[in-house]
Ligand binder design. Structure first.
Ligand code: ADP
Ligand code: GLC
Length: 484
């Protein structure tokens, strides 16, 4: 099966969140399961820098208002998977994030930047961009790649089927209606049955409406997005796709996240040699300037600081939990108000709360290895990777029972779950963790259970292969010719 993955970020080159980890780890897992997999990425500066020996596959010329657009083919550093990169200097070669300018505002030309990504994917699918390799399935991730599905549907007959994965329903890629003409799509796509969403253009809907199959990154989130509470206005569209929507749980990269080989740690360890973790714990307390306290419950948070992540619950519970013996080690970046609130919490609880506002991969490993528990109190969580890193590192997750958190953490067995999005509910779960840690045999058994959990990508890869086959069959049987 030839599969093209389309994404806007990939670890370690460009990463704003878990999507990058998935784009890096799922394609090699599919290749290991026998698929012939390639990636398509926008030519953002770190990606172009990493593929300097790329060869040109197609000189596209001008597209979406950009001159000198080229399609390159190279190998991913690390996995060596073939990767197509769109070199469009005018749209992609600039300092700043993949979606936002340095001041945090979305790039004003995001419509053209990500329409181009989908348009190139559709040309690869149609066989007119690279005659040597034509995918049978185009797998598009999040709204950035979703236009692939609309362009494929518009360019029928295309032999390729399309699969769209929602990593986060909250980010939809909405643009003004009057930019419609720039997309170059047939007019039938511009209706509520197509890309229109309350008078705007929705890239997310291009995926939800026109992909042959829609997936999300955990079974529980697949159900949740069909409800008003979690659907961000698109729950009706999800319900309309019926059984064509499913959830496949992410895995984690066992090479990048392995306490037995992790070069970032003060000492490596595994389920049989847990003293190494105690040394990581002490090293973390010393490094961060936390009191070296054997009895504290050391809780870490490694997260984007946004309202999705429910970290206001952590802030609200600190005044009660710190006197109860809890230490917090927090690393994150995001909304200025949350950053400021965490900085203030650090000042109020010297030696007990330490906060690093910033993004640092090595330190994320050290914090997850050195802590006793990792808190993920999200309001919603499509999958969540850090609780799985916690499981693998013997760092018990304290999570709200939503989305992928509910699907990966077993309450009282491998971690602690709570239901209400309230300070009291979070505090209650942390207090249960304090009690459990007071019984070393119970705690160690929980750690070992979590460390033994199979979090590899192998299950997801085999589920995706079954799904791809179904998508190819349904594309052959009922070509999706028009919107509606
Ligand atoms: P999301 O994609 O919603 O942010 P995930 O749990 O799926 O949540 O993935 C987050 C990823 O980003 C993880 O790999 C996590 O370790 C990483 N991460 C988030 N914030 C930071 C940070 N400040 N420093 C280092 N890594 C971070
Ligand atoms: C999104 C979600 C997160 C998920 C990640 C990878 O960023 O917020 O829950 O783990 O995508 O699928």
């Amino acid at each position: 099966m030839r599969v093209l993955h389309v994404a806007a970020e990939v670890y370690p080159l460009v990463k704003t969140g878990g999507l990058a980890d998935v784009a890096a780890a799922l394609p090699p897992a599919l290749a290991a399961a026998g698929a012939d997999v390639r990636l398509l990425l926008p030519g953002l500066p770190p990606i172009l820098d990493a593929v300097q020996s790329a060869k040109m596959v197609l000189d596209i010329g001008s597209a979406f208002g950009a001159l000198r657009v080229k399609l390159l083919l190279a190998r991913m550093p690390g996995s060596h998977l073939p990767v197509y990169v769109i070199d469009a200097p005018h749209l992609y070669r600039r300092a700043g994030g993949p979606y936002q300018a340095p001041d945090g505002s979305p790039w004003p030309d995001n419509l053209r930047r990500f329409a181009l990504l989908g348009w190139v994917a559709a040309h690869l699918a149609a066989g007119d961009a690279d005659i040597d390799w034509v995918p049978e399935v185009v797998h598009a991730h999040d709204w950035h790649a979703a236009m692939s599905c609309a362009y494929i549907a518009d360019h029928l007959p295309t032999p390729a089927a399309s699969v769209y994965t929602v990593h986060n329903m909250a980010f939809q890629g909405l643009f003004p209606h009057h930019d419609w003409a720039m997309l170059g799509l047939s007019s039938r796509f511009m209706s509520p049955a197509g890309l229109e969403f309350h008078g705007q253009l929705s890239f997310m809907k291009a995926g939800l409406k026109f992909a042959d199959r829609v997936t999300t990154v955990s079974p529980t989130y697949a159900h949740e997005i069909s409800t008003h509470e979690f659907g961000f206005g698109l729950d009706g569209v999800i319900r309309g796709r019926g059984s064509e929507v499913s959830g496949i749980l992410n895995g984690i990269d066992p090479q990048v996240w392995n306490p037995a080989t992790d070069a970032a740690l003060a000492e490596r360890y595994d389920a049989q040699r847990l003293d190494g973790k105690q040394r990581c714990r002490r090293a973390l307390q010393q490094q961060l300037g936390l009191e070296v306290d054997e009895h504290a419950l050391l809780v870490t948070v490694v997260s984007r600081l946004t309202s999705q992540k429910g970290l206001d619950l952590v802030l609200g519970a600190l005044p009660a939990l710190v006197p109860a013996g809890v230490q917090f080690a927090v690393q994150g970046t995001g909304e200025p108000a949350l950053e400021a609130a965490f900085r203030m919490a650090e000042q109020m609880h010297p030696g007990r709360v330490r906060v690093h506002i910033g993004y640092d991969e090595a330190r994320a490993h050290q914090m997850i290895a050195g802590a006793d528990a990792i808190a993920v109190p999200s309001r919603f969580e499509p999958c969540g990777l850090t609780q799985m890193y916690g499981l693998r590192y013997g760092t018990l997750p304290i999570v709200r029972r939503v989305g992928g958190l509910a699907d990966t953490v077993a309450d009282g067995e491998t971690g602690f779950c709570f239901d209400a999005a309230s300070v009291a509910a979070f505090e209650g779960a942390v207090r249960r963790a304090i009690e459990a840690r007071a019984q070393p045999a119970t705690w160690t058994a929980m750690m070992r259970r979590g460390m033994a959990q199979d979090l590899s990508w192998a299950h997801a890869a085999s589920d995706y292969l079954v799904l791809y086959a179904a998508a190819v069959r349904s594309r052959a049987e009922t070509p999706r010719l028009a919107a509606g």
